[in-house]
Design a protein around this ligand. Structure first.
Ligand SMILES: *Cc1c(COP(=O)(O)O)cnc(C)c1O
Length: 397
């Protein structure tokens, strides 16, 4: 039985990347590594669509979140965060751990914060220093319009806009500089198609000015130290060398496919998953949908544990369950990173078979797969039109 991961981190790894990981370790002060690291840094700028340096930290994604809070803010500062899911909530937890006054916008998990809600909170708290957002809320499968919100933030305050792009970078359109995003972060085990262990952060000029003034404690995650080291093409501590070697390969694949094509692929695959689920009579959770992960209600009347077991042990498919109060309500199918059309046909087909196995009768075999194929057949025109428009600036060739 082949094992297939459909989880929103870790995500599947291409064979080219696995082969890079199997190579003998090299030293990080060797010219060979220095060349790799400088190429990685250029390609990360392309990925973030920024002229700023992108810093590679050796940690999972949460490390870059913590770095953002600890380096931008000072004790007693106020910041706004949106609790619309597990990862948005995490911004607040990190802020509070550092003694930052975290103002919560609590919304029902499953919907996105609106620009108006952000504006209202900014007007109530004109002295906030940062607004923390989650572009793709992995726990609910919900997409947030950070482009529009960044505009609102800059029109209504002096705060910086900080974006958790951990499951949006490489899945959703994102132009850090053009959209005025002050800080963008991501992690390695999501859209980047390599194992967990690296996180990434880029900061605007304005954000760097805040870093200069910040008085919160930091050491390992000091971005000033990272900046100083990068001036010599270096990192302050031993970097995750093997992962960076693998990242070099993954980023070359990303450049070859082209960011715009990758975004379109994610849009197409996510639409196919949603249509496939609907054709099986399944209800989708959360709106508007992320292109990285689809959250689906368990159908009524089935044994949920048995369903997940059948998926995993009979068909080799691992999907993610729900988190917190959504634990027994939803499951999540990821399509972030290294996926193609047949992967989606496969996962929907497995859903059909596993649902039949546990006695669910809401569809005829093939209904889901047919819907998936219809999306693929009808989506072609949209891809061509977007490519012709050529509206995607490639800033860092
Ligand atoms: C995975 C994820 C994180 C951080 O996860 P780590 O487990 O620390 O890598 C943060 N935000 C979002 C939206 C995520 O999907």
């Amino acid at each position: 039985m082949k094992k297939r991961l459909f989880t929103p981190g870790p995500t599947p790894i291409p064979e080219e990347v696995s082969l890079a990981l199997a190579q003998p370790i090299i030293h990080h002060r060797n010219p060979e590594f220095i060349e790799i690291f400088s190429r990685v840094n250029e390609n990360l700028k392309y990925l973030f669509q920024t002229k700023q340096d992108v810093y590679t930290l050796t940690s999972s994604g949460t490390g870059a979140m913590e770095a953002a809070v600890a380096n931008l803010l000072s004790s007693g500062d106020k910041a706004i965060f949106v609790n619309g899911g597990k990862f948005g909530e995490r911004w607040g937890e990190i802020c509070r751990a550092y003694g930052v006054e975290a103002i919560e916008i609590k919304i029902e998990w499953g919907r996105a914060v609106t620009p108006e809600e952000i504006e209202t909170e900014l007007k109530r708290n004109p002295d906030v220093k940062a607004v923390f957002l989650t572009h793709s809320e992995t726990s609910t499968g919900v997409f947030t319009d950070v482009k529009e919100i960044a505009k609102i933030v800059s029109e209504n305050s002096n705060a910086v806009t900080v974006v958790d792009g951990i499951t949006s970078v490489g899945a959703h359109e994102l132009y850090m500089d053009e959209w005025g995003l002050d800080v963008v972060i991501t992690g390695s085990q999501k859209g980047l198609m390599i194992p967990p262990g690296l996180s990434f952060i880029a900061l605007s000029e304005r954000a760097w000015e805040m870093v200069e003034r910040s008085n919160l404690p930091k050491y390992y995650f000091s971005l000033k130290k990272a900046k100083k080291a990068l001036q010599n093409g270096d990192t302050p501590w031993t970097p995750g060398i093997a992962l960076i070697v693998a990242l070099d390969v993954a980023l070359k694949m990303i450049r070859e496919e082209g960011l715009e094509n990758i975004w379109i692929r994610h849009e197409k695959l996510s639409l196919a998953v949603r249509e496939g689920c609907k054709a099986l009579g399944l209800r989708l959770f959360g709106h508007p949908p992320s292109h990285a992960v689809t959250a689906v209600y368990f159908p009524d009347g089935i044994d949920r544990k048995e369903f997940q077991k059948v998926l995993k042990y009979k068909y080799g498919i691992t999907v993610a369950g729900g988190q917190e109060h959504l634990k027994d309500k939803i499951f999540r199918i990821s399509h972030l990173g290294y996926y193609d059309e047949l992967d989606i046909v496969g996962v929907i087909s497995a859903l059909e078979m596993a649902l039949k196995d546990v006695g669910y009768e809401g569809f005829n075999p093939g209904d889901g797969v047919r819907a998936v194929q219809r999306v693929f057949a009808e989506f072609e025109g949209v891809v061509e039109k977007r490519n012709e428009d050529d509206e995607f600036p490639n800033c860092c060739h």
